[in-house]
Design a protein around this ligand. Structure first.
Ligand SMILES: O=C(O)[C@H](O)[C@@H](O)[C@@H](O)C(=O)NO
Ligand SMILES: [Mg+2]
Length: 382
């Protein structure tokens, strides 16, 4: 079955999520954001879709790389298409990103699910039909009543437990917040949350990503006293040696890498160097669903868990398809925002959570997004 069309529709939708100078999400005034829907069609008229930032799949990327590789190819040859695109990355002067590869590959999987009327998570593995979520907070802020003090983290944690969450991951304060980074403030927020939720809720910290080894060691040892489940990305992930040193000096599991490039190869290096106790990969960060599965299967071969980075249909599909992860990252969450609000371009969210803290894998064909095509058509800008 040959691919005949690759198109991108950019549309606007209202949001109250804003992004700070460092790229971290926070609540903000309502604004119009842009989203791109990648649409891959075959000669029989079946289509697959993926959503992402417009700049990732801007015309230059689609015209210079994606269409040249995909048009005329067998839509079922996902691995060959992915390998061809990945080999074009080096010559793209860093323009063809892993995130762009991930969007193309997700749309190919969505096509397959829609064509064969199967949810992708069943096509790529089929391990579970529900998974416990952890509430992943937004980074700390300076918004009164938001996440501006350790006590406010504690109060929000109480709300999350009442909502049904059985685990909470804190993202603490980072620049441009005036007092950040501050290891002692990070620890105070973690202590306030542990105090608020009691001993039976799993807690994790994902704080400032540029701490020194000694700052990270201090925080890690404090997290051990608070019985935290894992310590995530406290230092630059380019230094596997620093993580190997930290993991060797701490009892709390060190988890990563999240933001490091290198797809499944860098993750293999981290395992080989003992740089982490729990591996990490997200569909966007490693170039797609299949690359993410490769990381999860690598981890499994070493008796390790692989906790999947990020929310959304593709990451949820991977979580549904593998045994060696405990959680689905549901977020990012903030007291001023309701995560369950449905974005205008969808009819429902892909990851509703029940009162017991479980997200149920979607049984819709494809990735499972419940797309409001009429809204997208009406609000398409390019
Ligand atoms: O902006 C970021 O760094 C990411 O969105 C991050 O906050 C979040 O996705 C994460 O680190 N999860 O583990
Ligand atoms: Mg993280």
């Amino acid at each position: 079955m040959k691919i005949t069309q690759v198109n991108v529709e950019v549309f606007t939708f209202p949001t109250r999520r804003s992004v700070d100078a460092a790229g971290h999400a926070h609540p903000g005034e309502e604004s119009l954001a842009k989203m791109a829907m990648l649409r891959i069609a075959t000669e029989d008229g079946v289509e697959g879709y993926a959503f992402g930032a417009p700049e990732l799949i801007r015309p230059h990327i689609i015209d210079s790389f994606v269409r040249k590789v995909l048009i005329g190819q067998n839509v079922m040859d996902r691995e060959k298409i992915w390998q061809d695109l990945a080999h074009w990355q080096r010559g793209s002067a860093s323009q063809l990103t892993d995130r762009a590869l991930a969007l193309v590959e997700q749309a190919l999987w969505d096509w397959a699910g829609r064509k064969f009327k199967q949810p992708v998570h069943k096509m790529i593995g089929g391990y579970r039909d529900k998974v416990l979520a952890y509430g992943s907070t937004m980074c700390g802020d300076d918004l009164p009543g938001g996440l501006s003090t350790p006590e406010e983290y504690g109060r929000f944690a109480e709300q999350l437990v009442a909502r049904g969450y059985k685990a909470i991951k804190l993202h603490t304060w980072m620049p441009p917040i005036s007092f950040a980074p501050d290891p002692k403030m990070d620890v105070r927020a973690c202590a306030a949350v542990r105090e608020a939720v009691g001993p039976d809720i799993a807690l994790m910290l994902d704080g400032y990503h540029w701490y020194s080894r000694t700052d990270a060691l201090y925080i890690g040892r404090e997290l051990e006293k608070l019985d935290f489940a894992w310590f995530e990305e406290p230092m630059m992930e380019e230094s596997a040696e620093s993580y190997a040193w930290l993991a060797a000096n701490l009892d709390i599991p060190v988890l990563g890498p999240e933001s490091l490039g290198g797809k499944y190869m860098s993750r293999a290096s981290w395992v080989g160097q003992g740089a982490c106790d729990i591996l990490r990969a997200g569909v966007a960060g490693v170039g797609g669903i299949a690359p993410c599965l490769k990381v999860a299967h690598l981890a499994e071969a070493y008796g390790m868990h692989c906790e999947i980075h990020g929310n959304g249909a593709a990451n949820l599909a991977v979580v549904g398809a593998i045994k060696n992860c405990d959680w689905y990252e549901r977020g990012l969450l903030h007291p001023f925002l309701d995560y369950d609000d449905v974005p205008a371009y969808l009819n429902s969210i892909v990851d509703p959570m029940d009162a017991d803290g479980y997200v149920h894998l979607p049984d819709r064909p494809g990735l499972g997004e419940d797309i409001n095509f009429a809204y997208i058509e009406t609000n398409t800008v390019t």
